[in-house]
Design a protein around this ligand. Structure first.
Ligand SMILES: [Cu+2]
Length: 217
């Protein structure tokens, strides 16, 4: 099933897939174990002639029937934590120096992308506005994600990037890309009647094509 994971467009996509793999195998093992125990209990505990049901007080050896799974779940949590914390640090805490900076605004039901104009500063009068997100390939893009009305979520599956957009907040994040092409942007938070139509495109351009895109805005 894991080979259905989408293309790895960002430098952190492989790391995130690795975390998904760890969780997949841990949860998969638990699922199989839980079903085996469930059916064993159902069929093993059926009424037998001459055997009366007994009440177990949950002390002595019986308490380990509860404590052992609790300890195992805690151990699995720590394994997932250990596997995911370097990725979390790389993606969420170490925001790199940007090659491109863009403001991403989500509103019912569209995405608006704002680039700095000639002055290179976002939030000034010469800013450039686009309906598609163009970025140059192999560059680091830092975004400032905002929501104009309700909760939205900026989701690009090929980047393995999914970030809530929260009204009243500007959330900073980053990504990079390794292959030119056009990729889907979706809103991953049910935000109203037009939610399913709230899509856009991430276009990863060559450097020249990106400059032409900016010049045409
Ligand atoms: Cu939305």
């Amino acid at each position: 099933m894991l080979h259905y994971l989408p293309f790895q467009l960002s430098s952190f996509a492989g790391d995130i897939d690795q975390v998904i793999r760890v969780i997949y195998y841990i949860v998969g093992t638990w699922f199989v174990a839980a079903e085996v125990i469930l059916f064993w209990l159902i069929f093993g505990s059926r009424s037998k002639p001459g055997v009366r049901a007994a009440w177990l007080p949950g002390t002595g050896r019986a308490k380990w029937a509860v404590l052992a799974p609790v300890c195992a779940v805690l151990a699995c949590d720590l394994i997932i934590e250990k596997a995911s914390s370097p990725t979390w640090e790389y993606v969420k805490l170490d925001i790199p120096h940007p090659d491109v900076e863009v403001k991403i605004e989500a509103r019912q039901f569209a995405w608006i992308f704002t680039y700095p104009g000639k002055d290179g500063i976002l939030g000034t009068e010469d800013d450039l506005v686009a309906k598609e997100l163009h970025v140059p390939v192999n560059k680091k893009v830092v975004f400032h994600l905002e929501a104009a009305d309700v909760l939205h979520n900026f989701y690009v599956k090929d980047l393995r990037l999914k970030q809530d957009a929260v009204p009243g907040r500007s959330i900073k994040g980053w990504f990079d890309t390794n292959t030119e092409g056009t990729y889907e942007i979706a809103c991953a938070e049910i935000c109203g009647k037009g939610h399913t139509l709230m899509g856009s495109k991430l276009v990863v351009d060559s450097n020249e094509a990106y400059q032409s895109f900016l010049a045409a805005l």
